[in-house]
Design a protein around this ligand. Structure first.
Ligand code: NI
Length: 195
């Protein structure tokens, strides 16, 4: 089932999240729905708060970026990937600038500086413990999605200059002056159907 995505300005994106306690049928259904929603929205990552759930969980599928990831040194793990109760346990010293977007902030893209490599500990969808040391696009998307679980959006990192330039557009998005190829829920809990 495709779930509507909460947009910039909605409290759901800033709420506290709770660890997933155990592997249940409900968890598996949520994971399936999040993967379907991410694919429908042509996104490469989606975190539970973006669909109004407060569990610490996100999904990633870098298949649409196959050309870019193939050019990287490390082979990509099988996609899609499910990260339950993820923790970034180590950050590399070097940073990299990359452009980011977010399904909750349609049509806005900005350059963000983040560590180039991270070590992430998590449970996969079978609730097995995993640990990965990653770089490249995967490390970037993991950090972006992990932020969502702490109520942080990529626009929070922008300089006050860039924020000022974006302020009007972000307010319009929050107020529902926005269209996307997937259903949205605005700050005022209004549903915007897919365009
Ligand atoms: Ni995002």
């Amino acid at each position: 089932m495709v779930l509507p995505i909460y947009v910039y300005g909605h409290d759901a994106l800033r709420q506290e999240t709770e660890p997933v306690e155990k592997n249940t049928e409900g968890l598996q259904t949520l994971v399936d729905n999040m993967i379907e929603t991410m694919h429908e929205a042509a996104g490469i990552g989606l975190a539970a708060p973006q669909v109004g759930h407060s569990e610490r969980l996100f999904v990633i599928d870098l298949t649409p970026m196959a050309d870019e990831t193939a050019a990287e040194d490390e082979p990509l793990p099988p996609q899609p990937m499910v990260f339950i109760n993820p923790e970034i346990v180590e950050e590399g010293a070097s940073t990299v600038d990359l452009e980011e977007g977010c399904l909750s902030i349609p049509e806005v893209r900005e350059v963000v500086t983040r560590p180039e490599r991270v070590r992430v500990r998590y449970r996969d969808r079978n609730f097995e413990e995993q640990e990965l040391e990653i770089g490249g696009i995967l490390a970037r998307v993991v950090q972006h999605e992990h932020d969502h679980l702490n109520g942080v959006l990529f626009t929070d990192y922008l300089s006050s200059f860039r924020k000022r330039l974006l302020r009007r557009r972000l307010r319009q998005i929050a107020e529902g002056d926005i269209e996307a190829d997937y259903p949205l829920i605005t700050q005022g809990d209004e549903t915007v159907p897919a365009r």
